[in-house]
Design a protein around this ligand. Sequence first.
Ligand code: B12
Ligand code: SF4
Length: 442
Amino acid sequence: MHIGLTAAVRFDEPSQRAIPVIGLYYLVSFTHKYGKGINVSVYKTPEEVIEAKPDLVGISSVTENMNIAIKWAEKFRDELDVPVIIGGDHISALPHTLPDVFDIGVIGEGEETFLELVELIKNDKNWRKSLEKIKGICFHREGKVEITGSRSLITPIEKIPFPRREKDVWGGFHYCFTSRGCPYHCTFCSPATIWKRYRPFPADYVVKEISEIFKHFDPYYIHFFDDLFIGDRKRISDLQRLFRKTGLHMKVPFGGHIRADLMDDSICEDLRRMNFVSGSFGAESGSDKILKFLKCGTTTVEMNQKAIDMCYKWGIQLNISFIIGTPGETEEDIKKTIDFIEKNRKKLIGIEIFIVLPYPGTPLWTLSKRKGLVSDNMDWEKFKTKAWFSDLEVDDDYLYINEDMDWTTFKKYIKIFQKIDADFNRNNKGIYENIEKSVKIS
Ligand code: B12
Ligand code: SF4
């Protein structure tokens, strides 16, 4: 049986194709390892999928690309007439909205569910009648969407093989996931809804995966795309020890997502010892009132400042993200965010700005739905964003959810932040100039 997988993306937004969609390559390696007689390939365009004539198609989609996923599925239906499965963040959050064009939706972690589904479809001609036996899916029956019982997360997590990394797909930029999920539950965070809880891959698994990358590729840097790389303090110590034992710390620099409230001298030292020199975290706002809402009281402006100072001291280059447009945000709050950025200009290597979006499944979605600002059958294009904030163009139809600042005033701030973003990311070399002054690591 041949399966074609693809991710619905906008071709007019090159950043969406910037790096391979690793989730699909996990499905490939898991199915090849545990399944029999199943061949899974990932394709970049719908045309490539059609040309390969698979027996089944799987599409991955985030919220803003759902309309594209639907269009592609219609094409697959017309030209291939095979079952089409959808997975990824959007359908995982809203399984009851499964569009008619999809036969099945996979909710949350996909590997085990996908394999069970494929084996059912391969072995049973009347597979549609047995779908309710498979946990973690949604499907159509008698004009309704049925949702089966929830599936447990894969245990132990190291049962999941490394994602398939194909030579012609993976270039110089390499990334991996050393954990799934996050122990926190920020109001706006979409992945937190998919992954439910924090599951780190064991340190020796991570070291093997990275060593595997070096066997086949020549990366210049490796990024840990985890929601939170440092969620398990003991594992960071173990990783640091293993990196130094195997010499991984000498090969390339590493980087990933940290959290302000978890930073102290000892973790900075461990991170530097493993050559983790590029960190990012969501500072989100310069206002404690807004932070309290977004981060449920887990971080404060003071904690963010301490983390910035600490990373600066230890030579961990920081890229920090901020959210504007949060419900409750006033001009006084947003000005505090501007001041915070300006104050730290010399200590940060980059910043990212986002206008908050109420992604399905998040507490912010529930709040916005209650206010009538979003709905299950809205136009998903409303979630369209740009990778670079300075490129974002907004019209008066924008999905703006803050009732405490009028749209005209907010638009003025969008322009101000676009200028800050452009200036900052173009001109700021602060930490490179200061890196010599940071703590030395032997
Ligand atoms: C790495 C990353 C990127 C990379 C790579 C793209 C990618 N999708 O992998 C880049 C930088 C290119 C990127 C771009 C974008 N991203 Co992005 N990205 C991430 C990040 C940090 C990790 C994604 C990932 O690899 N997860 C790990 C894998 C294992 O999980 P997974 O992809 O969810 O796949 C699993 C299941 O969902 C399921 N599954 C997924 N697809 C399918 C399909 C089938 C058929 C089946 C059966 C199962 C299945 O099985 C997989 C294995 O368990 C997430 C945050 C996060 N932690 O998820 C944001 C995230 C997915 N991105 C997001 C967004 C908005 C975007 C962009 C739209 C930004 C933009 N405006 O350009 C684009 C969309 C591009 C795209 N290809 O989808 C949002 C999506 C929110 C939402 N609900 O819509 C997230 C959640 C971040 C956030 N803001 O909260 N992204
Ligand atoms: S700490 Fe980051 S990944 Fe974790 S819930 Fe908050 S925003 Fe999401």
